[in-house]
Design a protein around this ligand. Structure first.
Ligand SMILES: [Zn+2]
Length: 128
């Protein structure tokens, strides 16, 4: 399967899973794979109709779906987080990111679920 076929398949599956779980029409408007100059790489899933409250209620299930999605895209699911629209409860995106050493040190220093106002951490493996 090509990378674009994988992205299409994972986008549809994750959207179906989240809709079934939440019972509301969340939209995964775009799924992007990315590579950053620092060495981080991963996938960003832009989402609409989804709030921090939804995450807090269904966190365990959402984490599982996101881990599965990341693995299908051959992304090690060691850092999974939601990006929030600042000053609101709206989730802008779900993200799976394989951190470079420098970004790992920055994020590993953070405490709690929201080390920054725009980040909600679903999972961060601190093991290196
Ligand atoms: Zn980085």
């Amino acid at each position: 399967m090509t990378i674009t076929d994988s992205l299409l398949k994972v986008r549809t599956e994750l959207e179906d899973n989240l809709r079934n779980l939440l019972g509301i029409p969340v939209y995964l408007i775009e799924l992007d794979a990315f590579a950053l100059p620092c060495g981080c790489s991963g996938a960003t899933i832009n989402i609409r109709g989804f709030t921090v409250d939804d995450i807090e209620v269904f966190e365990e299930h959402i984490l599982k779906f996101l881990e599965e999605a990341a693995l299908k895209l051959e992304i090690q699911p060691s850092f999974l987080f939601a990006r929030l629209i600042p000053g609101t409860a709206e989730v802008a995106s779900l993200n799976a990111r394989m951190l470079c050493d420098r970004c790992y040190r920055d994020f590993a220093r953070g405490e709690g679920k929201q080390p920054r106002p725009d980040i909600y951490v679903l999972k961060l493996e601190k093991n290196r």
